[in-house]
Design a protein. Structure first.
Length: 137
């Protein structure tokens, strides 16, 4: 029992700092001590070395702050795209109304005003309706 206590102390971090000696006395009892006995031969006990120091963890970046900044940036881009889409849809609806309500549409072609034919007007109406259907709510 005493030996078990001594071995327990050998393993504890408190005892790891110094050198430990082991010897057996005349009665056959094994002893452990920090100093060798006088007039008797002792062996050195290898003590386990302390665990290596852990390297300091790298500094953590502000992950939450970085993610919030990215989220804010993405939300701003989405809002800008939606605003541009609303402007496009408004203009497309205005153009469609003019194409449908005015049979005499003119356009500027190379600085000269030309009237659209009925077939061209119908093609533009169909094209504008498709754009509105594809892009607008």
């Amino acid at each position: 029992m005493r030996t078990l206590l001594i071995v327990g102390l050998l393993v504890s971090p408190w005892c790891m700092a110094g050198q430990i000696y082991k010897w057996v006395d005349a009665q056959g009892v094994t002893h452990f001590d920090a100093q060798p006995p006088q007039g008797q031969e002792a062996t050195t006990v290898l003590t386990p070395s302390p665990p290596p120091a852990r390297p300091a963890p790298p500094p953590r970046s502000n992950v939450i702050g970085d993610q919030q900044a990215i989220d804010k940036s993405v939300k701003a881009q989405v809002a800008e795209q939606q605003a541009q889409l609303q402007v496009f849809c408004q203009q497309a609806r205005t153009n469609l109304a003019q194409l449908q309500n005015n049979p005499r549409i003119r356009e500027d072609v190379e600085g000269e005003m030309r009237r659209l034919t009925e077939q061209q007007r119908q093609e533009r109406i169909t094209e504008t309706q498709k754009q509105i259907g594809d892009n607008c709510q």
